[in-house]
Write a protein that binds this ligand. Sequence first.
Ligand code: ADP
Ligand code: MG
Length: 235
Amino acid sequence: MSLCELRNVKKIYPMGDLEVQALRGVDLTIEKGEFTVIAGPSGSGKSTVLNLIGCLDRPTSGEVLLEDRPVAKMGDTELGALRAARIGFIFQSFNLIPVLTAFENVELALRLAGHHTDNKARVEKALRDVGLGEHFHRRPAQLSGGQQQRVAIARALVKSPALVIADEPTANLDSHNGKAILQLMREMNERDGVTFLFSTHDAMVMEQAKRVVRLVDGAIVDDTRRAPVYAGGAS
Ligand SMILES: Nc1ncnc2c1ncn2[C@@H]1O[C@H](COP(=O)(O)OP(=O)(O)O)[C@@H](O)[C@H]1O
Ligand SMILES: [Mg+2]
């Protein structure tokens, strides 16, 4: 069983009288345990691919399958529940809720995934796992960018999702914090088998990937599996 699959997916965005062909027939299969990067220039369709796989949007044509089930056949309620339980998102701009503490931001994701009791230990473990043992009760504005992205990773991982999708997760971080964040995700992939799918145009992120899928103008032009250059620690 593949984790997710795009079959001849096309996405057209209407733009006034015009249309933007964001994806022109993309075939892509992600298997369990992968650490895959979608690389490509700005506007090549990376976010569109991630949004379709994450079921934040639906394709114009073609099929999206999650764990072998066609997403088009699911209703909004079923799809929302599946998304909340099985997929974790990490965004370039962190997207934390400003009035909630780190703890509350992470706990909210658990609640949305249907967990309403005994959340405290799980949330605290998720925050400790990303190295935020002391900052449970700070709000995003009281945390650095690197710390905010760690909260976002804890939020994505607390529900033990099948797939973590990260759209340019290091783009708003300095290189030291970007490396540390990537290292953390690599450890979670190696140790816990969490499947990650990233987009980036950061060469450092690409070096760490086990598979690089290159997009140009809404089409996949290269798909290579390889041994990653393992940094072995943030320096
Ligand atoms: N909501 C939208 N409405 C109109 N055009 C869009 C929308 N989202 C993306 N696009 C266009 O689709 C193409 C692919 O965008 P995107 O997937 O965001 O690329 P990337 O993430 O690689 O920068 C671009 O030409 C972009 O301008
Ligand atoms: Mg993008």
